[in-house]
Design a protein around this ligand. Structure first.
Ligand SMILES: [Zn+2]
Length: 447
């Protein structure tokens, strides 16, 4: 191992000097912009990183199999939140010394509930589950008023946890229901405003208590006009009693407000499959929803026969739909390799981080990627390097042939510095994140 420890003091000292030379804080482009474009850096701000390790190619054995990943040190110039240039290393350049740490694309946490957590407050184990999702709705009706009291503070702590694990972007569902009304959304938006220079989130208006099971349709219509990016949904057959009525509302609201769709679907069996197929049909009828429609969990796909799975996965891929997964194991292992095979947009997230549903979320999407590698047998240098795409949403330093494709001039300057020698090691060892750079600003660092 190389001596790659990086001093937090040095980092903060150097970056603050560089930031002071520029114009400092970032500005926002306004709530209507998509999350990736929401943070617009102030022109003129620069950051130089030297001694940054980048992957440069694969090493092959006689059979043509990848056996190792080649790396070299570079100097990276960042300007206006974007990569300005990737240059041969200049150890004497003025700038921040990355001390040989490996740069990877920043991670994306794609399914979480930033509005609903005990994290940052107290430890609370989950109670005994009673009554399925409806039992959980009854529990939420009791505890949400208490959770809301400091939900802005806890959301900020949760964002800091995600940053420390290398994520600078999240897709967060936010409860829209008669108990919290629009307060979960307002409190979370306050937290995001407080963190706007270092973190971005796409928001999903989530009718956690059912659209019709509790009357949440009016609140959902209000939320659709409050800067959310996606319209959510929940188990339409088992909670609302009608796939068509519930999904039609979600689809229409998304179309009326030019939003995407991201529904929670825990239901398995016939109703789960029927919901997936109903949504595929709706996306095909409304091409504006292509590339913007996601099913979170989608457990039904884990329990259908191979032939039907291939058929549904192909239809989802053709409709450019996505599946958001926590990479479950045990009785439900999602067919993620098959989804990839048909071009389904697979993304990973932690979902729950110390809340009344689950207390096991670490906040690391790299850990979820490691879990996927274990579950699906991605063991070789090449396979491990490829599955990193689950953490970075398909941005990889090398293409399949080993050509360097990231970072390049013009890319957003969103990167993590890892204590790892290459992507494969980072995935396999869940290597420590030493720094997170968001739009050219160091927003987390740890020695
Ligand atoms: Zn969820």
């Amino acid at each position: 191992m190389l001596p790659r420890s990086i001093s937090r003091k040095d980092f903060i000292k150097n970056s603050s000097v560089l930031l002071a030379a520029g114009s400092g804080l970032l500005a926002t482009a306004g709530p209507a912009a998509a999350a990736d474009n929401r943070t617009a850096p102030v022109p003129g701000k620069t950051l130089t990183l030297k001694n940054v390790r980048l992957e440069t190619g694969f090493e092959y054995d006689k059979e043509g199999d990848v056996v190792a990943t080649k790396t070299e040190l570079f100097t990276i110039e960042i300007r206006d939140g974007k990569i300005g240039a990737v240059l041969p290393n200049n150890p004497s350049a003025k700038g921040v010394d990355a001390k040989g740490l490996l740069a990877l694309p920043a991670f994306k946490e794609m399914h979480i509930h930033l509005d609903k957590t005990y994290y940052g407050d107290k430890w609370v184990a989950t109670g005994k589950r009673q009554g399925g999702v409806k039992g959980m709705i009854a529990l939420e009706q009791q505890i949400i008023p208490e959770l809301l009291k400091n939900s802005t503070y806890k959301a900020e702590k949760l964002i800091e946890l995600l940053q420390s694990n290398g994520s600078n972007i999240a897709r967060s569902h936010v409860n829209i229901e008669p108990t919290s009304k629009l307060d979960s959304l307002k409190h979370l938006q306050k937290a995001l405003e407080n963190k706007k220079d270092s973190f971005e989130a796409e928001l999903v208006a989530f009718p956690q208590h059912g659209l019709y099971y509790t009357d949440s349709t009016g609140l959902m219509k209000d939320a659709a006009q409050m800067g959310v990016d996606y319209i959510g949904g929940l188990d339409p057959a088992s909670i609302d009693g009608s796939i068509e009525k519930s999904m039609d509302f979600v689809v229409q609201l998304a179309l009326d407000h030019q939003k995407g769709i991201d529904i929670h679907l825990h239901e398995s069996g016939e109703s789960g499959l029927k919901t997936i197929e109903y949504l595929i049909d709706k996306v095909n009828e409304n091409p504006a929803l292509k590339g913007k429609t996601f099913i979170s969990h989608c457990f039904a796909l884990a329990h259908i026969d191979r032939k039907k799975l291939e058929e549904v996965a192909e239809k989802m891929g053709n409709a450019r739909m996505g599946v958001m997964s926590t990479i479950p194991f045990g009785g439900t292992v999602m067919p993620i390799p098959t989804l990839y095979k048909y071009g389904v947009d697979v993304r990973a997230g932690n979902d729950c981080i110390i809340d009344h549903w689950n207390t096991f979320g670490s906040g690391s999407v790299l850990q979820k990627t490691n879990l996927a590698a274990q579950l699906y047998g991605y063991r070789t240098e090449f396979d491990l390097s490829r599955i990193l795409k689950l953490a970075t949403h398909n941005v990889l330093p090398l293409d399949d042939k080993g050509n360097r494709q990231w970072p390049k001039a013009g890319d957003k300057a969103d990167l993590v510095l890892m204590d790892a020698s290459c992507s494969a090691e980072a995935v396999s060892r869940i290597s420590p994140v030493r720094s997170l750079i968001h739009r050219g600003t160091i927003v987390f660092s740890k020695s």
